[in-house]
Write a protein that binds this ligand. Structure first.
Ligand code: TRP
Ligand code: ZN
Length: 882
């Protein structure tokens, strides 16, 4: 990569735009090789950018990438070449009047666009992806979110594309003289260019309607390729639930006459909230009981809601610049998490989210790309669509909710939406609205936006019998991250309860409340509770009230006690987690010492009690039973020894399976009641426990257990049960038999893209099946397509981030393979290449021989040269961590 392209953008350099675009009129003539884009812009000098005593007008900068410029005209007159300069990444234009109309004609080639940014083709259908900086691949434009404009879009296309969509409401349609179709759309809400969208294809749709709280009728349409039309119901139901929920919980109504969703197969992320025209990765919207698992159903519900919620948190109120990305993403993830919690089980949703945070965000926060929720610099913004921005950002919003309480939070969000409707604002504006609506002081709390790294809390306690007082002392420390060594203390809400000897919560004060939120603001602080009758057991960080690591010297017996008695469901699960991690860590130590591994007795005892407890939510039981993933264990290690983690997990899994086989079988049989499939929380909970039991039972390799899986595989009633059975057989059945099932499964489902993606993943992520040779074979399979991110994710990322055993093979072949694929992909799709490489970037955490080989693979990518800006940023930052 050339040095010039590697420049860093800084938040401190932000300046308001010199010019505003009041109106944007776009005209598209769609052709795969040569699409003609005409844009007419009403440009006006931004009054807020005028310097005192200004004499001459500054030049106008227009972003533009991979465009063929045909002509530029100002107020109807063609601009001579000396009035503009084409440069790196855009165009500078000399300006003579403070207001003018600019007309630019450009040509682009959607068919050649494999980056999936801008306008591209997916299975013959045109679609766009403009966030964050993709609009500049469509036409010259001030492609920054603080330029908000009213858009009109006309699309002209051959009649084989009968469906022509853009943002807003359809205002005109007809045929051109040469028989092509023409449609015009108008979006009355001013928006930044990143929310622009266009779709053209031979699509079918399902339609429904929604009546808003104020009585307006909204048409809802979901567009897909004809073969998928029967997989739209769940998304449509989810959409209506989300629309109602946002009215009830946030007082937010939808604002256009139509809301459209389009499913596309080639997509870099999950989905995109373009105004009135959301575009979804097919895998995140299409589902039917025979083809999709419970996990997919729940993911669809939350992503449909997420994108819908952006209509207010993101679109009506948008970001001033990309450093503020978490303003919309953190808030919207918090909103969709609360929606899912209300629709399903609150505790289960919380546990899932915290697991993701601990596994992936904590490791990001400890790695070479660590950044604050509001970063202060970036090379390529696409690299900052991270777990930190999304998930930690949501935790930060959740903490504000916890500190203020639900009513005050709602007052704050009302003020935020009212104050900033139609504008592009900052994270600071969000916090100010929360403060102003409630007379609150979040000054110290702001550090959460500025400081990277996961804080570590160390808790000690002391009980004084004579005075019946209990003292909790909490110390906080945040480790250094790249570029940030000083970490002043954060304002951390620590929700706690105290549990008495009988297992019940003790009252914490005269009001009798049994949970309280401690405001930890200092590096070390002591909290005193009086009238505590005997030494309690603390239940700390209930509901995971802050995104931190917490250490307290719990004994195994205390953890077993919490697992049984904590009134906070999250902490009951968390106690089981701590117990499992303790057990797996001592197994790893035994493996490294070469001593014999010993049965994790306490864990077996605890899980046995949980398994027999009929009063517990089966989903919670399943989550307690599931061992922490290899990645999660790696996160806990000072130095990762992949071999030790794999051996420890395998040993623990077998011990549990053998020790608990009787209750596992009993639970399996009790739950294996066949009823019509419904993706509702209670049923999902039962299936998850049933299938967790099945997995353990098969791990015993007992022939009759494998028979259970064989039987379940044949009863193909829903994909959740089928995939679980197939997964267990692939892991534990004799090789030849497993191959036979995999082959038959493919034959049955080869027409279904989403099922085939999961079929790939099942193999690439399997410790026994997903060898490097197998992964290379899968890449030769006719259904594999290197230009399709879902396929790349299911085959290559499945191997690199889900298959610890094979990826970390001692000879380093897994690392070299990944590096090789990253280099290939970088030429096609830089965003995907930069994500794919991430497992290698954590080389520093691994023990010597693994670490050296990972780093060498990374260095190989760098040495090959000519890296995209995306990949260059990630690789160079990782290599710089000497
Ligand atoms: N705003 C999208 C989301 O909710 C993120 C997104 C979709 C995106 N497609 C993208 C980001 C492509 C970068 C590139 O959450
Ligand atoms: Zn989002």
């Amino acid at each position: 990569m050339k040095e010039a392209q590697a420049r860093t953008v800084y938040l401190k350099d932000y300046r308001a735009p010199d010019y505003l675009i009041d109106h944007t009129d776009l005209h598209f003539d769609l052709e795969p090789q040569a699409t003609l884009v005409k844009s007419r812009l009403k440009v006006r000098r931004n009054p807020e950018a005028i310097n005192a005593g200004e004499k001459t007008l500054p030049p106008l900068w227009l972003d533009g990438v991979d465009l063929e410029l045909l002509s530029i005209a100002i107020d109807g007159k063609l601009l001579p070449a000396q009035r503009y300069h084409e440069g790196e990444g855009g165009l500078t234009l000399d300006v003579e009047t403070p207001e003018f109309e600019l007309e630019v004609h450009t040509r682009i080639a959607p068919e050649a666009n494999t980056s999936l940014e801008g306008l591209y083709l997916s299975n013959g259908m045109y679609c766009t992806q403009c966030e964050a900086e993709g609009f500049r691949k469509i036409t010259y434009y001030p492609d920054r979110p603080d330029v908000m404009s009213v858009f009109t879009t006309t699309i002209v296309a051959p009649s084989k594309y009968p469906v022509l969509l853009a943002n807003g409401n359809k205002v005109d349609s007809g045929t051109t003289e040469d028989g092509r179709l023409r449609v015009t759309w108008e979006d009355p809400f001013a928006k930044p260019s990143y929310l622009f969208a266009l779709v053209a294809g031979d699509l079918q749709y399902v339609e429904d309607s929604f009546t808003t709280a104020s009585g307006r009728e909204v048409k809802l349409q979901l567009f897909t390729e004809p073969k998928n039309i029967r997989k739209c119901d769940h998304a449509m139901i989810s959409l209506k639930h989300a629309m109602r929920w946002d009215e009830e919980v946030y007082g937010r109504e939808y604002d256009l006459d139509v809301f459209m969703i389009v499913a596309v197969d080639h997509f870099n992320m999950g989905a995109m909230e373009n105004k009135g025209l959301n575009i979804f990765n097919s895998a995140c919207v299409l589902a039917s009981p025979e083809t999709a698992t419970d996990g997919a159903f729940q993911r669809i519900e939350s992503i449909v809601a997420h994108e819908y919620f952006h209509n207010w948190s993101g679109n009506r109120v948008t970001c001033r610049d990309w450093f503020q990305l978490s303003l919309k993403e953190g808030f919207t993830v918090f909103r969709d998490a609360e929606f899912s919690a209300d629709m399903n089980s609150r505790a289960v949703k919380r546990i899932e989210d915290v697991s993701l945070l601990r596994t992936a965000q904590f490791s990001e926060d400890a790695g070479p790309m660590a950044h604050p929720v509001r970063p202060d610099s970036y090379m390529e913004i696409s690299n900052f669509y991270t777990l930190t921005i999304y998930e930690k950002g949501a935790e930060v919003v959740r903490m504000i909710h916890t500190l203020l309480g639900p009513e005050a939070f709602r007052r704050g969000s009302d003020l935020y939406f009212e104050r900033h409707d139609g504008s592009a604002v900052t994270c600071e504006d969000f916090i100010c609205a929360m403060e102003d609506a409630n007379n609150a002081d979040l000054r110290q709390f702001r550090r959460w936006y500025e400081q990277a790294g996961t804080p570590v809390l160390t808790v000690t306690d002391q009980y004084d019998e004579a005075s019946a007082t209990y003292r909790l002392t909490i110390a906080q420390r945040t480790p250094a991250t790249p570029g940030q060594t000083e970490k002043p203390p954060l304002h951390i809400p620590v929700s706690i309860g105290l549990i008495g000897a009988d297992g019940r919560d003790l009252p914490l004060d005269d009001s009798g409340k049994t949970s309280t939120v401690l405001n930890l603001t200092e590096a070390e602080q002591t909290f005193t509770f009086s009238n505590i009758p005997h030494a309690p057991l603390p239940s700390l960080l209930r509901g995971f009230s802050a995104p931190v690591k917490l250490h307290y010297g719990y004994s195994e017996d205390q953890l077993l006690f919490l697992m049984q008695h904590d009134s906070d469901a999250f902490n009951r699960w968390d106690a089981s987690r701590r117990l499992a991690i303790k057990a797996l860590e001592s197994l790893q130590a035994q493996y490294r010492d070469g001593s014999e591994m010993t049965e994790p007795a306490a864990l077996i005892k605890g899980l046995s009690a949980v398994l027999e407890n009929a009063a517990l939510d089966p989903a919670l039981v399943a989550m307690m039973l599931a061992l922490p993933s290899a990645q999660e264990l790696a996160e806990e290690c000072e130095v990762v020894d992949a071999g030790a983690i794999i051996a420890a997990r395998k040993f623990a899994r077998n011990s549990l399976a053998n020790a608990l086989s009787a209750p596992l079988l009993a639970r399996y049989q009790q739950l294996d009641q066949r009823k019509p499939y419904r993706p509702v929380a209670d049923d999902i909970a039962e299936r998850s426990l049933k299938n967790t039991c099945l997995g353990y039972l098969c791990a015993t390799l007992d022939p009759s257990s494998l028979d259970l899986a064989r039987l379940q595989l044949q009863r193909d009633e829903n994909m959740t049960d089928v995939a679980a059975a197939l997964g267990a057989l692939v892991e534990y059945a004799p090789r030849e038999e497993a191959e036979k099932y995999l082959g038959a499964f493919y034959d049955q489902w080869q027409q279904d893209t989403q099922v085939v993606e999961n079929w790939f993943l099942l193999q690439s992520g399997s410790a026994s099946f997903g060898t490097l040779e197998r992964v290379r074979e899968l890449m030769q399979h006719p259904a594999f397509e290197i230009t399709n991110p879902n396929k790349v994710r299911s085959v290559i990322s499945g191997f690199a981030s889900r298959n610890f055993t094979q990826f970390h093979r001692e000879d380093g072949s897994g690392y070299r393979f990944l590096a090789e694929q990253v280099s290939v992909l970088d030429k096609l799709n830089p965003q995907i290449a930069a994500r794919l490489v991430i497992p290698l970037t954590h080389w520093k955490k691994y023990c010597d021989h693994e670490s050296a080989r990972m780093r060498a693979a990374l260095q190989g990518i760098m040495d090959a040269g000519e890296l995209s800006r995306d990949l260059y940023e990630v690789v160079s930052k990782s290599l710089a961590c000497a």
